[in-house]
Ligand binder design. Structure first.
Ligand code: AMP
Ligand code: ZN
Length: 113
């Protein structure tokens, strides 16, 4: 996707602070962190949201969650962390490229929203 922000980040056309990368996944620090650790995990394949995951192979989709686990260990989030994927307008998704937020390093609110 030529004009997608996260595709541009994956391609290195927009700078980011990389925390993890493999052949299927790229992860970088959120520009507006909501917790001491706030990382975004994105598939390199452009998929708009969870609604679009039938366009992905199971292997590519699983790679995202495996990356979440790797990054949580790398970031020393032994006390726990929250994983969020906003999907669509009611969830206030602002970037239409599938991504998983990893939030950690502080106690989260006990309500989801
Ligand atoms: P969402 O609202 O779930 O779509 O999340 C999009 C996230 O992308 C927000 O938390 C933004 O702060 C973050 N974001 C937007 N632009 C950038 C950027 N250039 N680099 C890193 N994070 C970004
Ligand atoms: Zn994209």
């Amino acid at each position: 996707m030529d004009n997608c922000l996260f595709c541009k980040i994956v391609r290195g056309e927009i700078p980011s602070t990389k925390v993890y990368e493999n052949d299927k996944v790229y992860a970088f620090r959120d520009i507006n962190p909501q917790a001491p650790t706030h990382v975004l995990v994105v598939p390199k394949q452009h998929v708009p949201s969870i609604d679009g995951i039938n366009e992905m192979t199971d292997s590519d989709l699983a790679a995202c969650l495996r990356a979440v686990r790797e990054i949580a260990a790398q970031e020393n989030l032994a006390g726990g962390y929250r994983v969020i994927s906003n999907c669509g307008p009611d969830a206030c998704q602002s970037v239409p490229h599938l991504h998983f937020h990893i939030l950690g390093g502080r106690k989260m609110a006990d309500q989801m929203a």
